[in-house]
Ligand binder design. Sequence first.
Ligand SMILES: [Zn+2]
Length: 246
Amino acid sequence: MFLFGLVVGSFLNVVGYRVPRRESILSPRSHCTACSHTLQWYELIPIFSWLLLRGRCKSCHTSISVRYPILELVTASLFFATTLYVQDFAHAVAWCVFWALMIAVTATDLTSMRVPNVLSLPGALVTLGIVVLTGTQTWSASLFGAGAGFFVMLFLNLISRGKMGMGDVKLFLSIGAIFGPYGALETLVFASAAGSLVGLAMRFTGLLPPRTYIPFVPYILVGTILTEFFGPRLASWYISAILHLV
Ligand SMILES: [Zn+2]
C-alpha cells in the first residue's frame, strides 16, 4: 500500500500541476516544465528520482520543487496508515479515495492558489457516494456533514469577504461527507490552528509580506489527518486540559 501510494502520489502531482492550467493529464508524457525534456523511466520513480537528480532537471538543471517528493511521501504514508488504522477493506478504499482528492487539491492550491471546481465538485459526489455505499458513514451523517461543512465555510467566506476562498468552501462538502458534522468542524479547528501558527510565524519573520495570503488547503489537509488519526486523543487531551484549568 505504501508503494501503491507513491505511484498514486506521483500521478496526483501531475493532476495538481496540469488541471489548473487546463492541460490534459494523459498527454503529453511527463516532461520538465522548464525545457520540455521528456522524462525517462529512471526520472519517473517517486521520491528516488528527485533524490537521485538532487532536485534538478537532468537536461536543463532547473530546480524541481520539493513539493513533488513531499506529496508522494505524504500520499504513501496516508495509504499505509489507512491500512493499519482502518480494518474494514471497503472503508479503507473510501478513505484512500478521499486522501487522493485531498492531495490533488493540496497540489493545485500550492501551484496556483486554486481549488478547481472540476476536482472539488465531482470529488464531493464521489466521496459522498463511496462513503455511503461502503458504509463508512450512514447516509444521514454523510449528508448532514457535507451540509454542515459547506455552510460553516460559506459563513467564513462571507465574513472574511472572500479571503477564505470558495474552493475551500466546496472542499468541505467532501470533508463533511466522510467525517460527518463533528469531524468536519474538528478538521476546521485543527486547520485554523495550524494555519494561524504558521501564518503568524511567517509574518513575524518577514517570510510573508503584508497583504499576501498563504494557501489554506495544505492546512486543511493537516486538519483532516489530525482528525482522522489523532482526533479522539486530541479531543480528550483538550477536555482534560480545560478541566485542570477550572
Ligand atoms: Zn529541464
